[in-house]
Design a protein around this ligand. Structure first.
Ligand SMILES: Cc1cc2nc3c(=O)[nH]c(=O)nc-3n(C[C@H](O)[C@H](O)[C@H](O)COP(=O)(O)O)c2cc1C
Length: 198
């Protein structure tokens, strides 16, 4: 099994990085032979999408549409397409994913998707039919789990991207709330369990 972890946190060794590692521990428990790659987006050079729509207009038969920009997405997009399972982690910043993750998602939109008609004409559908599974991990500094649905737009956005751009089935998600006071220890067991589900 080919597992790709995308880390949208700006910090290594903190909440999201740690919880993504726990998910990967769980993956290895069930799949000791899993090939695991972890990408810290903040370490990568990823330019902003220019909305030129060259990718959207590119041949729908191509698994990855051409982009006019050439940066680290050239390396990351084939890894996304090759992955059997994804782990995507992000802090909740101002209610949603971090800026670096949003930049990545915009670049991994029409390059991985083609115009379809789900739910309306022109919406993205995956270019590839390979079955994939995904687990989402989000952390929030102050908002506790019971208030999650008032402030966590990150999980909804990531589910939508997994579905419409990669056709990845989200098999579980973790919301680590109030990590500034609670730390991540209360959430580590659930993170491992999610990894086993992958
Ligand atoms: C610019 C910014 C905005 C933030 N917005 C929120 C927020 O809307 N809700 C919240 O609970 N925490 C918020 N936080 C706190 C982060 O969610 C918290 O520091 C993060 O989950 C920790 O992840 P990390 O340890 O991987 O960096 C914000 C932090 C920053 C830097």
């Amino acid at each position: 099994m080919n597992v790709l972890a995308i880390v949208g946190s700006y910090r290594k060794g903190h909440a999201i990085d740690t919880l993504v590692d726990r998910v990967l521990d769980g993956v290895r428990q069930n799949h000791p032979d899993a090939v695991v790659d972890k990408i810290h987006l903040a370490d990568r050079h990823i330019e902003y999408c220019r909305n030129c729509m060259a990718c959207k207009r590119d041949d729908p038969a191509k698994p990855i549409a051409a982009c006019i920009l050439h940066d680290d997405m050239d390396d990351i997009l084939p890894k996304l397409v090759a992955a059997d399972a994804l782990v995507v982690g992000t802090p909740v910043n101002i209610g949603t994913v971090t800026a670096v993750l949003k930049t990545f998602l915009e670049r991994a939109c029409w390059t991985l998707a083609k115009p379809g008609h789900r739910p309306i004409e022109g919406c993205p559908v995956p270019r590839t039919a390979k079955p994939r599974r995904a687990v989402l991990v989000v952390s929030a500094g102050t908002v506790p789990p019971w208030l999650r649905w008032f402030c966590d737009d990150a999980t909804k956005l990531l589910k939508s991207w997994c579905d419409s751009c990669l056709g990845a089935q989200v098999v579980g998600s973790l919301y680590a709330g109030a990590v500034l006071t609670r730390g991540v220890a209360p959430y580590e067991a659930k993170a491992r369990a999610l990894g086993r589900k992958l």
